[in-house]
Write a protein of this length. Structure first.
Length: 215
């Protein structure tokens, strides 16, 4: 296996849905199936927050979500938990600045997709050298989902990153109503939790977001 081609990755990052059991108002497997039906292009399993699953339960849910992704040709990325990503043979991992060092993670995961959250050009340069395949830039807008985010940064860093030739997704408070701003700034895609997972109609929410991205 070789590292993923950036152009291929850009097409996969367009409608990037992130969720775990604590984000979903119903069975996460049903939420994921509906989101896929609505047109998401990539899924990240992020099992975080109060009352989140741990140990075997976390792994079992991950395996179910991964099976749904596989059946639908959607890449399955694991947030933060490298051991679980390796155990499940996930398509990739996403790490933050507070997680394990990106260079160490790259060594462990070989050619799997590596996403790194970044907040300034210095972090971007370091992540690029460490072997990141894409950057997550946020929080673009205020978000209630992650309590320990950096300051809201708008789209300024996305605009600055055009020369880095690494795919970029925006994250934080993104909805169908503001997604165009993120794309117009130069992002290759948007990653969302609440805009899809909390929707009354998950299919409709994913479809609305997809139509904004592909307009
Ligand atoms: N990371 P929502 S913001 C997981 O800024 C995450 O790095 C962020 O959730 C960052 O779409 C965030 O519900 C939460 O706002 C995104």
């Amino acid at each position: 296996m070789a590292r993923i081609n950036p152009e291929k990755l850009k097409s996969l990052l367009k409608v990037y849905f992130i969720a775990g059991s604590t984000n979903c108002l119903e069975d996460p497997c049903i939420v994921l199936e509906e989101a896929i039906r609505g047109g998401i292009t990539l899924f990240q399993y992020r099992e975080k927050g109060s009352n989140c699953l741990d140990g075997t339960e976390k792994l079992v849910l991950g395996r179910e979500l991964q099976r749904i992704c596989k059946n639908n040709g959607i890449p399955f990325i694991v947030n933060d938990d490298i051991e679980m990503a390796l155990e499940l043979d996930a398509d990739g991992v996403h790490i933050g600045q507070e997680d394990e060092d990106a260079q160490e993670v790259r060594k462990k995961i070989g050619d799997k997709i590596l996403g790194v959250s970044v907040h300034c050009v210095k972090e971007v340069e370091k992540a690029k050298l460490a072997g990141a395949d894409y950057f997550g830039v946020g929080p673009i807008f205020p978000t209630e989902t992650k309590k320990d985010t950096r300051a809201v940064q708008g789209t300024a860093l996305i605009e600055e990153l055009k020369d880095f030739e690494i795919p970029i997704v925006g994250i934080g408070g993104i909805t169908a109503d503001n997604a165009s701003l993120v794309m117009e700034a130069g992002a290759d895609g948007v990653s969302v939790i609440t805009a899809i997972s909390h929707a009354d109609d998950v299919w409709e929410a994913a479809d609305r977001l997809r139509r904004k991205i592909y307009n």
